[in-house]
Ligand binder design. Sequence first.
Ligand code: MN
Length: 158
Amino acid sequence: MPHSNGPSLLHNKKSADTPIQVLVAEDNLLNLKLIGAIITAQGYKVLEATTGLLGLELARRHHPALIVMDIQLPDISGLEVTRLLKADVDTADIAVVGTSAHLAAGDGATQEAGCDAFMPKPIKISDFIELLRSLVIRGAAAKGPRGVEAANGPEPVA
Ligand code: MN
């Protein structure tokens, strides 16, 4: 009987002890709660930011596996936050999905800023869950060696 080989990223001991974190940067509270509820239902921990700068700060402090990044935020745009994170070696490996009701934002702009994917609004829940799973696995894999290092070493200094 064949059995799967390769690491199961979501079921090893380390992952079970340390919940995978997903940051949601979204200024529309209804969207924030909806997206957060979907993520929580998948067993991930949600971090919430309603501004770009808070999103940037939480991403640097907590190094989530994935960020769901609204493009239109009240201070600096989600594209700007993504550019800053992708330009920084400490946060470049965090997966980012840009999201917007304006299709123009998905038309190259999010990719140019460094987003790993684009999700149009209104959000289609089944599509979002699929995207969430694939990007979280990628983000957790990218985090691997440094995650171990960080767990064994002193508190990282930004
Ligand atoms: Mn917005």
